[in-house]
Design a protein around this ligand. Structure first.
Ligand SMILES: *Cc1c(COP(=O)(O)O)cnc(C)c1O
Length: 352
């Protein structure tokens, strides 16, 4: 059998929720399980995260799946209903829609019973949310709607993980939100870890639950997070390059000395980034080395020159335990989120 698989540690997920809990204090934690729980599997992650105060998903079918597996906590629909029928589904399955645009308010009448809603305010990201200028009008209209039972206010930070910080958004949001006395949800993982003042009533924990750091300057280990996914494989072939010889498509890596190459069963069709250049870190036999040349569809090459013990069958960790996914992401010019979410369906997930 092809030796590639992703191990998913339920313990790590539960542990990371504990870390979120320690930071969030009395705020309630919505565990964000969109995109198949960032590639870890929705049902599996929800089971490991059952101590969450609620969950946040993107699609109705994800929410229904959580309900069908017996999840009773509140479920937030992150982008709200996409059509009027979904507003009715929110009522049927007791889901909390995010209302971010005027056209969604038109659908409220079809809910069938009063809902707990989150009104999303655009405080500067300019993606979803009502304009700050319309804040009072919108909140008043939603509050007074017969199909609305409870209202919370929500906003999303564009730079919580960057030096720019959150103040520029937080201050203008808070100025409007505070006087209403309504519950507030603003913090994503970065803000949970770095900006306690934003925790308020509900926090939305995503990437940190999966054991990756949202920051470029602080590692996951430094904040006590454990990787929940370990993508692992084995060496399936060996090559010896003489100086001037290359490996892989395009001959982009050329040896300038005698180089021992290991071929790993993992490629871009598995979700490993094709744009990861020569030098992307990888673990072989528990030791850090580097990729060589272009990533192929089903294989990639690694440098074994300084790992004489490595050979056919040697274990390889592409990311996860011992090989932070953030480091691989950085080398490949992307973020951990993208790597985790892009894990291909053909990679078997092994729960442990
Ligand atoms: C995905 C998402 C989150 C989680 O963000 P992380 O950076 O993964 O913690 C929070 N809020 C909203 C609105 C989201 O879409």
């Amino acid at each position: 059998m092809r030796p590639l698989l992703a191990r998913i540690s339920l313990d790590a997920l539960t542990h990371n929720l504990e870390i979120a809990r320690r930071h969030a204090g009395s705020a309630r934690i919505l565990s964000v399980v969109k995109a198949s729980a960032y590639g870890h599997g929705l049902a599996r992650a929800a089971r490991a995260l059952v101590a969450s105060d609620g969950f946040a998903v993107l699609n109705i079918d994800e929410a229904v799946q959580l309900r069908q597996m017996g999840i009773e906590q509140p479920i937030l629909m992150l982008e709200g209903p996409f059509d009027a029928e979904e507003m009715a589904a929110c009522a049927e399955f007791n889901l909390m829609p995010v209302l971010h645009s005027p056209h969604q308010l038109e659908w409220l009448g079809q809910a069938g019973k009063p809902l707990q809603v989150f009104v999303k305010i655009n405080s500067g990201m300019n993606r979803l949310g009502f304009a700050l200028a319309d804040f009072e009008t919108v909140v008043e209209r939603v509050n007074a709607h017969p199909q609305v039972a409870e209202v919370a206010l929500m906003t999303h930070f564009a730079t919580a993980d960057e030096d720019f910080g959150i103040d520029w958004q937080w201050q203008r949001f808070l100025e409007k939100a505070l006087p209403t006395g309504l519950p507030i949800s603003a913090a994503n993982s970065a803000a949970i870890l770095r900006y306690p003042e934003t925790h308020r009533d509900w926090v939305r924990a995503g990437i940190m639950l999966y054991g990756a750091s949202p920051f470029t300057d602080v590692s996951a280990a430094e904040v006590g997070l454990r990787p929940a996914m370990t993508l692992q494989s084995r060496i399936i072939a060996l090559q010896s390059l003489k100086p001037g010889e290359a490996v892989g498509y395009g001959l982009t890596y050329m040896a300038d000395e005698a180089v021992r190459v290991g071929i790993v069963a993992c490629g871009y069709a598995d979700g490993y980034p094709r744009h990861a250049p020569t030098g992307t870190p990888v673990l072989v036999n528990g030791r850090r080395t580097r990729t060589l040349g272009r990533v192929s569809m089903d294989m990639l090459a690694v440098d074994l020159t300084r790992l004489p013990d490595a050979g056919i069958g040697s274990p390889v960790v592409l990311w996860g335990e011992g090989m932070p996914v953030e480091d691989v992401a950085r080398a490949a010019g992307t973020i951990s989120y993208e790597l985790l979410c892009a894990l291909a369906p053909r990679v078997a997930l092994h729960e442990e």
